[in-house]
Design a protein around this ligand. Structure first.
Ligand SMILES: C[S@@+](CC[C@H](N)C(=O)[O-])C[C@H]1O[C@@H](n2cnc3c(N)ncnc32)[C@H](O)[C@@H]1O
Length: 282
């Protein structure tokens, strides 16, 4: 009778993150928007937001010293991580060695990298990024030409005020172009608030994580027309639509055709009403 081979020994435990940071001299760089998370429990809760990740492909942007990366790997994900700070690469390399075949690190600026080409399969995105980079990437992901896009979900940390703009509903001061862009063919929810004290160093403002998933794309709507309509409407958000949309040929007639009162203001229109307006103009 043959004896089954013994399972491989578990990898040695990883050193605490703070120790890794000290050993590799990873002082947080302000220019790179570095605010690190160390709390393993919090990181585990963040990694759970996209749902079960066992065996799934995950794109992490900005792993830094690898706190969130550790939590994603612990959840069983196969991680591709894009980091532009070369100083973090040795620490990430140690993490890759502890999880053979499950962490690939790409050095570079995530704004300049073709994510779909890197991944080559559907993937979930998870990121704790500087505010300006996060918003620019969000707009890029939401504006994908092909729909549904290759990404299956986005789990992204933002300043709380930006997170509120993404998930805002009409009749709210936070409601604007970002909300329409995020909600016309995706679902967007505020998944978790994160206190500023959770970060090292703590940023000035509170943060929150938004989770988005692609939804069905409304038929007969050109994304570019929708963009033009929201730009005009929210460009003068205090004005009535008959004034703010005056420069958009056919827009006033379109309001009439779908029964939207031209005396209303942009922030009172539901996302579906913007979609209907864009459909008539598309
Ligand atoms: C807020 S820190 C978060 C680090 C780590 N994920 C954590 O949660 O502790 C942001 C990380 O994004 C990286 N980063 C900033 N801009 C980037 C870009 N354009 N492309 C790739 N990484 C970027 C920074 O170097 C930094 O490591």
């Amino acid at each position: 009778m043959s004896v089954p081979p013994a399972p491989p020994p578990p990898p040695p435990p990883l050193p605490p993150l703070r120790e890794v940071i000290a050993r590799h001299g990873l002082s947080a760089s302000k220019a790179l928007g570095q605010n690190f998370l160390f709390d393993a429990q919090l990181l585990g809760r963040i990694a759970a937001i996209p749902g079960p990740l066992d065996g799934k492909a995950v794109l992490e942007i900005g792993p830094g010293p690898g706190g969130l990366t550790r939590a994603l790997l612990a959840a069983g994900a196969r991680v591709t991580a894009i980091e532009m700070d070369r100083r973090c690469l040795p620490a990430l390399d140690e993490l890759a060695q502890a999880h053979p075949g499950r962490l690939r690190v790409v050095e570079g600026d995530a704004m300049r990298i073709d994510h779909d080409a890197q991944m080559g399969e559907p993937y979930a995105v998870v990121a704790n990024l500087p505010y300006n980079v996060g918003t620019a990437l969000l707009v890029r992901w939401l504006g994908a030409a092909a729909w549904p896009p290759r990404w299956r979900s986005l789990t992204l940390m933002f300043q709380q005020e930006v997170a509120q703009r993404i998930v805002a509903r009409p009749d709210n001061a936070a409601y604007g172009r970002l909300a329409v862009l995020a909600q016309w063919r995706s679902t967007a929810r505020l998944a978790m608030k994160v206190h500023r004290s959770a970060f090292t160093p703590p940023p000035k403002v509170m943060s929150a994580i938004v989770h988005l998933e692609p939804a069905a794309m409304p038929e007969g709507v050109s994304p570019r027309v929708l963009e033009r309509v929201t730009e005009a409407a929210f460009g003068q958000r205090r004005k009535m639509l008959r004034q703010s949309l005056k420069g958009l040929p056919g827009a006033i007639e379109a309001l009439d055709a779908i029964g939207i009162d031209p005396r209303r203001r942009a922030e009172t229109l539901a996302v579906e009403e913007f979609v209907a307006l864009a459909r008539v103009l598309s």
